[in-house]
Design a binder for this molecule. Structure first.
Ligand SMILES: CC(C)(O)CC(=O)SCCNC(=O)CCNC(=O)[C@H](O)C(C)(C)COP(=O)(O)OP(=O)(O)OC[C@H]1O[C@@H](n2cnc3c(N)ncnc32)[C@H](O)[C@@H]1OP(=O)(O)O
Length: 258
């Protein structure tokens, strides 16, 4: 498919989506978000793909929703279209793992998009923030909810109420990102981590992702019960037999995603 606002690559079993509106710092226009959803649909449907990387440019992962496109919208426009629902939530609905590789600005909807991914690798120049309040609005794609779960109430409240940006080191200290890497290594490192995941058993990877995500949605005892049931179900896969046999036989496993 031909895209105008994103680039799509495959590296072995890894699908890569690169946000590509350089003149607007990858502002998340309706067209860009639609294309992102289409690219994620295609990778999800492709049995050759085991993990997805979402990235932007060196200067910006994404500087938020497109303010120029949003500026004149009325309450009825945004309410009736349920603005920031359709297509925006596609990343959080992916069943395959999605890694955000963030260099430069991840602001507003850009920060929210990164937080919809399964984890965030950040370049040393990354800056995260929810500056919506400085333009007379507030986060609308999960920022007040996901940022609070990542970094706690105090930091999330300060960032959402003031628009202050967090640099990569602070984001790593606060648990927003899993790791910080040099700018020049970001894409390769993200593809390396994604390849490592994509070489594992896809159904078991998907079960594990679902179980970790359940921790955000339920009580500890329900979550532990859910985990145990899903763990039991891994024993219904041939990949569990292969993985454990390979360990015993001191060889590399050959997972078949079954
Ligand atoms: C999803 C929701 C509901 O949560 C809502 C949102 O996401 S609201 C958007 C939140 N984001 C912001 O408020 C960030 C806006 N951008 C900036 O503050 C700055 O651009 C910057 C600090 C990221 C970078 O500043 P600088 O290096 O000085 O570059 P600029 O000259 O400002 O920008 C270059 C170019 O990009 C356009 N741009 C940047 N961000 C956006 C945006 N979010 N929407 C539309 N366009 C954006 C900017 O206008 C410039 O283009 P030109 O005007 O020169 O054509």
């Amino acid at each position: 498919m031909a895209y105008e606002n994103i680039l799509v690559e495959t590296h072995g079993k890894v699908g890569v989506v690169i946000l590509n509106r350089p003149k607007a710092l990858n502002a998340l226009s309706k067209g860009l978000v639609r294309e992102l959803a289409q690219a994620l649909d295609a990778f999800e449907a492709n049995p050759e793909i085991g993990a997805i990387v979402l990235t932007g440019s060196e200067k910006a992962f994404a500087a938020g929703a497109d303010i120029k496109e949003m500026a004149a919208k009325s309450y009825m426009d945004v309410f009736m279209a349920d603005f920031i629902t359709v297509d925006w939530e596609r990343a959080s609905a992916c069943r395959k793992p999605v890694i955000a590789a963030v260099s430069g600005y991840a602001l507003g909807g850009g920060c929210e998009l990164a937080m919809m991914c399964d984890f965030i690798l950040a370049a040393e120049n990354a800056k995260f923030g929810q500056p919506e309040i400085t333009i007379g609005t507030m986060p609308g794609a999960g920022g007040t909810q996901r940022l609070t779960r990542f970094v706690g109430k105090s930091k999330a409240m300060e960032m959402c109420l003031t628009g202050r940006m967090m640099d990569a080191a602070e984001a790593e200290r606060s648990g927003l990102v899993s790791r910080v890497v040099p700018v020049d290594d970001l894409k390769d490192e993200a593809i390396k981590v994604a390849s490592r995941i994509a070489d594992l058993s896809l159904p078991v990877v998907m079960m594990t992702k679902e179980s970790v995500n359940r921790a955000y949605e339920t009580t500890l005892s329900e979550g532990v019960r859910f985990e145990r049931r899903i763990f039991h179900s891994t024993f219904a896969t041939s990949d569990q037999k292969e993985g454990m046999a390979a360990f015993v036989e001191k060889r590399q496993p050959d997972f078949k995603n079954k």
